[in-house]
Structures are given as structure tokens and as C-alpha cells.
Design a protein around this ligand. Structure first.
Ligand code: MG
Length: 456
């Protein structure tokens, strides 16, 4: 079956050799360049570009670069870097935007072109719609023979990123602990920079899948079923903690010292636990993120601002409310002092600092936070069915506190559930969380009944 090329607020994703080709990428680069030049016509503009480790990255980078320079925008090539690296560098270099060639956690046959604006955040839906329109209508503003953009290289991206992360923790105290750390970078972009960071932090590193070959050694999404081998490595090496990244290293999953996968939700919770020991303030998280962060923030006198799903929504809310920590439950930790972008290196540094300051193991720290039973599911639904399902849920769960900024999230005393339409697939996603499995099952069953009544 032919899959459609997906164009969302964060960019474009498709199948290499199928619907994502050099000519498509070049036109998308040209559309982005045209958009930037139209907004600031009198200025000389530049865009930073980086790729993850997929073999198709070079081809897409060359094509996007051709489009951008053809539209009169200079391009700064950062090479093979992580997504947060591009977000940080483009701000430091004063660029008008950034491009990351990555399909994140998706399998190798995919690649993507992720767009960032000058603030390091993906475009808002309004802006994304304008870029999309330029692309589909081929309304390109080509530069003339003297106006084409230039291409330069910059090899400081990793150093810049590491310096920013080191500035938010106490390197000396962490180094004194001489942590033994396992790292699985799934042969993505994260291995090189993360090993350098961990060396700076005095850690002894047991790295697996740390060559940026793009030959993903397992399904690259850092979930429990994909990290069974890594959990065995953690157990066999007897390390203090295991860190697993996705291919562009914006997501982080943690394995405890016993080789137990503690779940991506804990990456943000543990980072927040450290931050709220130091600071007062508010946090931001998307509507599908665990209540653990609410519990942690509340104890520190803070609150959690809930946003629609999507990194840009969380990052924008954090900037608006000057949040001290934020992110998404899929292992995406954001600290504005480093950048308004999900960053596994930030998560790693904050968790190691929490272990250092408390003298506790990661399993003890996770145990102290407590936890919930969370269940995630998705099912196919047409546009009309999606609306009817949401309407029916509002009736069924009329007694709950409702947030309908992204589908419907219903909060109950003993749990919550979130039903929303996927941005990237013709499905509805359901996330349920409760203190115990029986309560979670009660909500799962209630949603299943609504689904079956409408779709069968
Ligand atoms: Mg990613």
C-alpha cells in the first residue's frame, strides 16, 4: 500500500525511494527559504542544517540545501548531529531557522525534514500552513545569479551543546561519584556527543550501538519491547544506570541498575524531581503525560500547565509561563536554559545530578516518585467517527474535569484518560492512567464500548 507523504507542523516525513525524493526535498527547502525571505526581505538570512545517521540523510540534506540556497538563504551545515544540537546551534548562530533531516524513532525506510524557526521551536500551525501552501502551489521566490545563498560548515555543534548542558549541573560533584553508565544510541546521532558528555561527567561508559551508521540495531523507538537486549547489557555490566536514545537523541529511556526498564515517563519525572529540589516555579507537559509530574510539582508548590500533544506546544507554553522544566511523557525532557527542545542529554545530566545529590540509586528514586498504571492504545477511525467518539465520551464521562484543547482529556479522582486524533496516522489514540490496574481497565473498557458502538 502506498503511504501518503506526511506534512505536519514539525515538517515532512516519507519513504525514501517512494514518496520522499530529492526533488520533493528540494522544493520543500525552497518553500521554507521563500517563507523566511518573505518575512524578512531586507536581511541576509541563514539556516542551520543537520542530519541524523540514516544513509539517506546526505541526499536529503543536499536537496534541501539546494532549495534553500536557490531561494537566497545561506546554509550552515552542522553535519551529523542530534536534533537538540540543531535547535541549540541555530539560536547561538543567529539563524532565521533550522532543518533537521531525521525521521526520529521511525524505522529506517523513513526519513524526514523537520523545520525549526529562529526561536528553536517548530512552526505554529498557522506558520506551518503557510509553508505548506508555498510548497504545494510551488510559489517559490528564486534568487537571481548574485543572490543565491552560500554554504558553510560548522563543526562546533556538539561542543556548544555540551557546554550548555554542563552549565545547568555541577560537573565536579557528579564526576566525584565515578558512575558506571550504559548507553544505547541505536546507531543514531546520539552516540558521539553523549559519550563526550558522559566522559566530561567522569562516568565509565559501556556504549552499545554507538556507531552513527544508521543501521538501527533494533526497532529504534526506545520502548520496553525494543530494549530487552539493552536491559541484559545493563545487568551483565552491573552499571549504575542505562540510558537509551532514539536516533535523533531527543527522547530518553532509562534502565535501572537491576536491568529493569522503568519507562520513558520516568525520564521527565526524574528530571522534574531534581529541578523541583532546586527551584520553585511551574512545569509544562502535554495532555498525554503521566500525573507523576503533577505530584512532583505540587509538593514543591508548583503547577503543571497542560498543552496539546506536540513538542512545539509544550515548548511555547514553557516560554510563555517561564517554566522551570517541561516535556513529554515519551522521554522528551526540556530545560529552557539549554533550549526549548526535547533533549536526551539534558535528561541524562539532570538524572545523574539527582542520583549524586541524593546518594540514591535510580530504582530507589523511581520508587519514591511512585507510579501509575498506564495503558496506551490506538484504533482506526474515520473523520466523522472520530467526532462522534469524542461526543459520546463527553456524555459518558460527564462528571470528569474536561480539557478539550486536543481531543478530550478527562480527569477523575482515581485517574485520567485522553482520547485524541493522531496528527500522523488515520487513528485515534487512547491513553489511560490510574493508580491501579483494575481502575485503568475500567476506563479502557468504557472507551472500548464507545469505540465499538460507533465503529462496528
Ligand atoms: Mg526523536
Amino acid at each position: 500500500m502506498t503511504e501518503p507523504l506526511i506534512i505536519s507542523v514539525s515538517g515532512m516525513r516519507g519513504i525514501i525511494g517512494g514518496n520522499l525524493t530529492a526533488s520533493i526535498a528540494s522544493e520543500y527547502g525552497c518553500a521554507f527559504g521563500t517563507f523566511l525571505r518573505t518575512a524578512r526581505p531586507q536581511e541576509r538570512l541563514s539556516v542551520s542544517i543537520g542530519t541524523d545517521s540514516r544513509p539517506s540523510g546526505q541526499m536529503l540534506k543536499s536537496a534541501v540545501t539546494a532549495g534553500l540556497t536557490g531561494a537566497g538563504v545561506d546554509v550552515i551545515d552542522l553535519g551529523l548531529v542530534t536534533t537538540p544540537c540543531v535547535g541549540i546551534s541555530l539560536r547561538e548562530l543567529g539563524c532565521a531557522g533550522g532543518v533537521v533531516i531525521t525521521a526520529s524513532h521511525n524505522p529506517i525506510r523513513y526519513n524526514g525534514i523537520k523545520l525549526l524557526l529562529s526561536n528553536g521551536i517548530a512552526p505554529s500551525p498557522d506558520v506551518a500552513a503557510k509553508i505548506k501552501k508555498l510548497f504545494f502551489e510551488k510559489s517559490f521566490g528564486f534568487a537571481d545569479s548574485t543572490g543565491c545563498g552560500k554554504v558553510t560548515s560548522d563543526e562546533m555543534a556538539d561542543d556548544r551543546h555540551i557546554a550548555k548542558v554542563l552549565a545547568i549541573i555541577d560537573k565536579e560533584t557528579i564526576a566525584a561519584r565515578k558512575f558506571r553508565v550504559a548507553l544505547d544510541s541505536v546507531n543514531g546521532a546520539g552516540g558521539r556527543v553523549t559519550k563526550t558528555l558522559l566522559a566530561e561527567l567522569g562516568c565509565e561508559v559501556f556504549a552499545v550501538n554507538d556507531e552513527p551508521t544508521g543501521q538501527f540495531s533494533h526497532n529504534p523507538e526506545p520502548t520496553t519491547e525494543n530494549l530487552a537486549d539493552f536491559c541484559r547489557v545493563v545487568r551483565a555490566e552491573g552499571v549504575d544506570i542505562g540510558f537509551a536514545q532514539d536516533p535523533d537523541a531527543d527522547r530518553l529511556a532509562i534502565v535501572d541498575e537491576n536491568g529493569g526498564y522503568i519507562g520513558e515517563e520516568y525520564s521527565l519525572a526524574l528530571a522534574a524531581q531534581y529541578i523541583f529540589r532546586q527551584k520553585t516555579g511551574d512545569a509544562a507537559a502535554n495532555l498525554s503525560t503521566s500525573r507523576m509530574i503533577d505530584d512532583i510539582a505540587r509538593k514543591a508548590g508548583g503547577r503543571v500547565i497542560r498543552t496539546p500533544v506536540g513538542e512545539a506546544n509544550v515548548a511555547s507554553a514553557m516560554l510563555e509561563h517561564d517554566c522551570v522544566i517541561g516535556g513529554e511523557g515519551n522521554g522528551g525532557v526540556i530545560d529552557l536554559r539549554v533550549g526549548p527542545i526535547r533533549d536526551s542529554l539534558v535528561g541524562i545530566a539532570l538524572v545523574l545530578q539527582l542520583m549524586t545529590d541524593t546518594g540514591k540509586s535510580v530504582s530507589e528514586l523511581a520508587g519514591e516518585i511512585g507510579g501509575y498504571c498506564m495503558s496506551k492504545d490506538k484504533f482506526p477511525a474515520g473523520q466523522d467517527q472520530k467526532q462522534r467518539i469524542l461526543d459520546s465520551a463527553k456524555t459518558t464521562f460527564a462528571g470528569a474535569k474536561l480539557n478539550n484543547t486536543d481531543g478530550c482529556r478527562f480527569d477523575f479522582d482515581d485517574g485520567w484518560l485522553h482520547i485524541r486524533s493522531s496528527n500522523t496516522e488515520p487513528v485515534m489514540r487512547v491513553i489511560v492512567e490510574a493508580k491501579d490496574q483494575a481502575t485503568a481497565q475500567k476506563y479502557i473498557d468504557a472507551v472500548a464500548k464507545i469505540r465499538d458502538d460507533i465503529t462496528s
